[in-house]
Design a protein around this ligand. Structure first.
Ligand SMILES: Nc1ncnc2c1ncn2[C@@H]1O[C@H](COP(=O)(O)OP(=O)(O)O)[C@@H](O)[C@H]1O
Ligand SMILES: CC(=O)N[C@@H](CCC(=O)OP(=O)(O)O)C(=O)O
Length: 260
């Protein structure tokens, strides 16, 4: 089976133009077929604030009312996605920018209201990996914004880590998939105050211990839940690493590799 690398890039890197350029250059240089999923939460928060719209996050998810949905659609589906696509074109990657609504690639439903009303937040039902594979066959590199669509024709805001995991899992039908989460730290740290305390590998049991001790917290919890879910669902390798170490992580191993 052909190798495929699915890469997710987080919002703190997207917010730093020099770091984003370094990352995209490394992404462009990866061997074989690849897909990029980007976040952009930090930029969305800044733009919303300029428009007088306040951000509320619950369990790492953005409460998305209609005005916030308009902001994230403009920021993720427009500004961030198209800036990345344009940059990749100059790096000789024929990128095609997509939301989950484009070509019907990622269908979701609005998250039901239980304790929290997240508003227009989407939980993924279906990824059309056959369609994504068709883009790859045409030598196009899909670049996904973290937006999905519903059967009722609404756009929905979906966490980018979740989107990366769902796309990677469905692509297992066609490829041997490596999933890499890139962000601004060197990997999963055993001590969040020490940037050099990277754990080279991580099992669910050790993850649970760190979660209980509070040394793995905040955004790292949903990231790792998504990452372990991908590994359990047939993705061959899942790595969490610094954006500057993407090439090393894919080829030789850097950052944190998850094992079951
Ligand atoms: N043990 C840990 N190791 C690394 N990062 C951690 C850890 N615990 C919490 N974090 C936090 O998790 C964040 C990554 O999650 P998130 O902000 O959702 O990233 P992204 O922008 O990639 O989506 C890091 O910026 C860091 O502050
Ligand atoms: C529902 C939900 O929370 N969606 C995320 C999508 C962006 C994202 O995940 O961006 P990062 O990877 O940069 O955090 C949000 O709006 O913040």
């Amino acid at each position: 089976m052909e190798q495929l690398t699915v890469v997710k890039i987080g919002g703190n890197v997207i917010d730093d133009p020099a770091a984003l350029t370094r990352f995209l250059t490394a992404f462009a240089g990866l061997p074989g077929t690849k897909i990029l999923i980007h976040g952009g939460g930090k930029v969305a928060t800044q733009v919303a604030e300029k428009l007088g719209i306040q951000t509320t996050m619950v369990n790492g998810r953005r409460i998305t009312d209609q005005s916030m949905l308009n902001v994230v659609t403009m920021v993720y589906g427009g500004l961030v996605n198209k800036q990345i696509v344009a940059k990749l074109q100059t790096l000789d990657i024929n990128a095609i920018g997509l939301t989950g609504a484009d070509a019907g690639t990622v269908l979701a439903h609005k998250r039901p209201v239980k304790d929290v009303d997240y508003g227009m937040v989407g939980d993924i039902d279906e990824v059309d990996s056959g369609r994504i594979q068709a883009f790859l066959r045409e030598e196009l590199t899909p670049v996904f914004a973290p937006l999905t669509y519903s059967k009722t024709g609404d756009l929905l805001n979906t966490n980018a880590d979740t989107m990366a995991s769902a796309v990677a899992v469905d692509m297992v039908r066609h490829n041997e998939v490596t999933l890499v989460y890139c962000f601004e730290k060197k990997g999963v740290l055993s001590n969040p105050d020490d940037d050099n305390s990277v754990m080279p590998d991580l099992t669910p049991a050790v993850y649970d211990e760190h979660k209980a001790a509070g040394t793995i917290n905040k955004g790292m919890i949903p990231k790792l839940d998504n990452a372990f879910q991908a590994l359990r669902s047939g993705v061959s390798r899942v790595v969490i690493c610094h954006a500057d170490e993407l090439a090393t992580a894919v080829i030789h191993g850097a950052g944190t590799t998850l094992t079951l």
